[in-house]
Design a protein around this ligand. Structure first.
Ligand SMILES: [Cu+2]
Length: 190
């Protein structure tokens, strides 16, 4: 008896598990609308949840779709949109305070809290990597929010090398799907 399931549909931002009767074969992670799904390693919690449901149901052909563990709804962003740092340029040597200009193409800037399609507000990541993409961006010295809709800022930096990267957040400060982020640049402060 062939108990494999076919993934027929997927909804936004979801894990889709193929398998039945406690025999999970694979997991797919699908983007908004389920247009593209990629094989990905599901986290343990999601696998266990899927196993429980499949064991209980024992329905051949069932498709189990679970939300991501964090279960936050990520706001879709146009796939051709682009976030970039206008200035300084990668490799520049600058003096503090450093004026950083934010660039955005294919989307609009809206203050935090405003629910408008294809918009977001800038976050400047200073000397840090990307935050979790399925949670609000932290607010601290390494994660600066521009919830008023600002498109530039001046930051005080100590002498030496620093990295800067922009990431857009939605009305709740959560990165979009797909995440809209700039390249990470390195500058030297004199
Ligand atoms: Cu924010």
């Amino acid at each position: 008896m062939d108990t494999r399931n076919q993934v027929a549909t997927a909804v936004s931002n979801m894990w889709v598990f193929e398998g039945t009767g406690g025999n999970l074969r694979s997991a797919l992670h699908c983007d908004r609308g389920g247009r593209t799904c990629n094989s990905r390693t599901a986290d343990k919690q999601s696998w266990e949840k899927a196993m429980t449901i499949l064991n209980r149901a024992m329905i051949i052909g069932a498709i189990v779709a679970l939300g991501t563990p964090a279960a936050v709804a990520r706001t879709p962003a146009p796939s051709d949109a682009e976030v970039y740092i206008i200035s300084p340029r990668d490799g520049d040597t600058v003096t503090s305070p450093v004026t950083v200009k934010f660039g955005l193409k294919g989307m609009g800037v809206a203050p935090a809290g405003i629910d408008k399609p294809d918009t977001g507000h800038h976050h400047l990541l200073i000397d840090t990597g990307l935050p979790a993409l399925d949670a609000p961006i932290p607010a601290d010295a390494h994660h600066r929010h521009f919830g008023g809709g600002q498109t530039e800022t001046a930051i005080e930096l100590t002498p030496g090398k620093h990295t800067l990267q922009l990431i857009l957040g939605d009305k709740l400060h959560i990165p979009h799907e797909p995440p809209m982020m700039s390249r990470k640049i390195t500058i030297t402060v004199k």
